[in-house]
Design a protein around this ligand. Structure first.
Ligand code: NI
Length: 181
């Protein structure tokens, strides 16, 4: 089932999202919700989706990138789904990169993010994991965990001068990224 995306302005997108209780881990309702999140992310051509972006107060996010149309120049990574995720380490070194958001359609922003982050989370089945991410994948992890803490990428930008409409991004910045300028 494709879920309805919430947009910026929805109060749930500014809330710190609640953990999924132990008793729900691995249960059918949680697993089928995660499946719907994956379908919704794929339909919208996103590379990540947090549960409050589909109106749910459950600490869950999914991510996947295989030749994304929205992000054609970035490295692929496999489908991942995390429950009760927290970033426990941010590298000091940062790099700036372009981000969009399914809850803010039609815009892109240039956002500084840590090059490397370590995540502690549970799998949908309830196994505890700790994993380190790098590069674009680390960027997506930071973007999605930010959603679950009530933040948007604009909150992380250096300033609003780094914010562009998608049409202007395509006109002025996309080719520069492709040619590595
Ligand atoms: Ni987003």
């Amino acid at each position: 089932m494709i879920l309805k995306l919430t947009k910026i302005g929805n109060p749930l997108l500014r809330r710190k999202i609640a953990d999924v209780p132990k008793g729900r881990m691995g249960k059918k309702t949680l697993l089928s919700f995660i499946k719907d999140m994956v379908l919704t992310m794929r339909r919208a051509q996103g590379v990540g989706l947090a549960a409050n972006q589909v109106g749910q107060n459950r600490r869950v996010f999914v991510m996947e990138c295989h030749g994304s149309k929205r992000y054609p120049q970035v490295a692929s990574f496999p489908l991942r789904a995390y429950v009760n995720a927290r970033i426990v380490e941010y590298s000091k070194e940062k790099e700036r990169g372009w981000e969009g958001c399914l809850s803010i359609p039609g815009y892109r922003g240039l956002v500084p993010r840590s090059r490397r982050v370590t995540l502690e989370a549970q799998t949908p089945g309830g196994l505890k994991i700790r994993k380190t991410f790098r590069g674009f994948e680390a960027r997506v992890v930071q973007h999605e965990v930010d959603h679950l803490n009530g933040f948007f990428y604009m909150d992380r930008m250096g300033g609003l001068k780094d914010w562009t409409h998608l049409e202007e991004f395509n006109r002025h910045f996309k080719a520069r990224i492709r040619d590595n300028k």
